[in-house]
Design a protein around this ligand. Structure first.
Ligand code: AR6
Length: 179
């Protein structure tokens, strides 16, 4: 599914984000940038040790929740990996929506600073961090849509969802944005 916002496009895809051929791939990292399971594990496995060497060297203090930092992409076909730290869900009254929004915006700012034309996001925080998928879809898609309308870049934002449930949740929200 895809929806155009001016000269920019949001696309939804189902699959493994490490296979994406885009300028930047977003990692759902932890604040220590220590690696882990889920998307983080998949990106470091596919990209090789170079990515962790760069985070250790350039960001020894890690990255705060709601922010993102950039490295090269090692053996992945992308040019950059943006390591975004989403919030851990704890009921929704601890600023989780603002922190999730901020993590997505940080990545979009990194993408525009680096003149990326395309970026692929996973559903940040919806795995180990427990953010409800429907809410994550609403908050992340609204953030990206508003950024694209405001800034008219990057040209392509693709959400790469793991499984039919995640895809369906995102498709329902994106569909509602077209009416
Ligand atoms: N491609 C696309 N999506 C994926 C992939 C993949 N290869 N693998 C999993 N997902 P998670 P979080 C989906 O747990 O919730 C790590 O240990 C997954 O189904 O990767 O932000 C980090 O080191 C889910 O919908 O990230 C942190 O400690 C979504 O990606 C912590 O987990 C995010 O799940 C971050 O937790």
């Amino acid at each position: 599914m895809q929806v155009q916002f001016g000269s920019c496009r949001i696309e939804l895809a189902q699959g493994d984000i490490t296979a994406e051929e885009v300028d930047a791939i977003v990692n759902a990292a932890n604040s220590a940038l220590a690696g882990g399971g889920g998307v983080d594990g998949a990106i470091h496995r596919a990209g090789g040790p170079q990515i962790m060497e760069e985070t250790d060297r350039d960001y020894p203090d890690g990255c705060s929740v709601g922010n993102a930092v950039a490295t090269g992409a090692g053996k992945l076909s992308a040019t950059y990996v943006f390591h975004a730290v989403g919030p851990i869900w704890s009921g929704g009254d601890s600023g989780e929506p603002d922190l999730l929004t901020s993590a997505y915006r940080s990545c979009l700012e990194l993408a525009t600073e680096r003149e990326c034309r395309s970026i692929a996001f996973p559903a940040i925080s919806t795995g180990v961090y427990g953010y409800p998928m429907d809410l994550a879809a609403e908050h992340s898609l609204a953030t990206v849509r508003d950024f694209l309308i405001d800034r008219q870049k990057p040209a392509l934002v693709r959400f790469v969802l793991f499984g039919a449930g995640a895809y369906g949740a995102y498709a329902r929200v994106l569909e509602s944005m077209t009416s």
